[in-house]
Ligand binder design. Structure first.
Ligand SMILES: [Zn+2]
Length: 259
């Protein structure tokens, strides 16, 4: 077993690799991993077929990049046969923040076909080395995706940073067994509150779409007219063609029945 980190990028002033805690193992044998201790003891909710289908993306090529890829170049994705559970740490959530988040998750769900389930609030603080399996807090399953509202004093953010997000991967890139099993997104509540209060709702929407794009596996692109550009030069309150092509591919991943 070795520890790997995916890059979790930030929108605006800081572009960095915060990283989220990532389990990475040596394949299906998973030597050294103890079920119920390091990983869930049982396979969770997994359907026979993907729960949804991604929206048909516009024709064209490129305009997107992936955070992680398999050896064959295909993107590492969440398992489309399982719902993605989400908990929210609401401490610095602005007025309208809950609705904004639901809207943005809906955009991601529509573009990818992935299903999100809101499990409710949590008190878990976001950390850079978050474990993807926390049975003491969430029971015998992969930890749900943590979405946290925070302020600039949070170690995951910093002055002027509007958000940061990334998925947690599990598996190995041998035989395409890597998949995302959890993740973290942190949003700067006071900054987004200011945007919402001063008529800059478009910017707030752009921040959430960008970070949730990272959460499901998109990386930055050089095209400033895509949501996944590394700064919001042109606040884009909807995914653009390249973003949508990338999200479509992220919704067409493999289903897993091992963990
Ligand atoms: Zn980013």
């Amino acid at each position: 077993m070795r520890l790997m980190r995916t890059s979790a990028a930030a929108l605006l002033l800081v572009v960095g690799s915060a990283g989220c805690g990532v389990l990475n193992t040596d394949g299906f044998a998973m030597p050294g991993l103890r079920r119920g201790v390091d990983v869930p003891s049982r396979v969770g909710q997994v359907a026979a077929a993907p729960l949804g289908s991604p929206a048909l993306a516009p024709l064209g090529t490129g305009g997107y990049a992936f955070s992680m890829t398999n050896d064959d170049g295909s993107p590492v994705t969440f398992d489309p046969c399982r719902p993605i559970h989400v908990v929210v740490r609401p401490d610095q959530q602005p007025a309208g923040g809950a609705e904004l988040l639901l809207w943005a998750l809906g955009q991601v769900s529509g573009a990818t076909g992935l299903t999100f389930i809101m499990d409710g609030p949590t008190t878990e603080p976001p950390t850079r080395d978050r474990r993807a399996f926390q049975p003491e807090r969430y029971g015998d399953r992969w930890a749900p995706v943590l979405i946290a509202w925070a302020d600039a004093s949070d170690p995951m953010l910093g002055f002027g940073v509007l958000g940061r997000a990334g998925p947690d991967s599990f598996g190995t890139n041998k035989a395409g067994s890597l998949r995302y099993v959890s993740g973290v997104a942190v949003f700067n509540g006071p900054e987004i509150d200011g945007q919402l209060r001063t008529g800059d709702e478009e910017k707030a929407r752009a921040v959430l779409l960008h970070e949730l794009g990272h959460l499901v596996g998109l990386a930055h692109v050089a095209d400033p007219y895509q949501v996944m550009y590394d700064t919001n030069a042109y606040p884009l309150s909807r995914y653009r063609d390249g973003d949508r092509r990338g999200l479509e591919r992220l919704g067409l991943g493999r289903c897993f029945h091992d963990y």
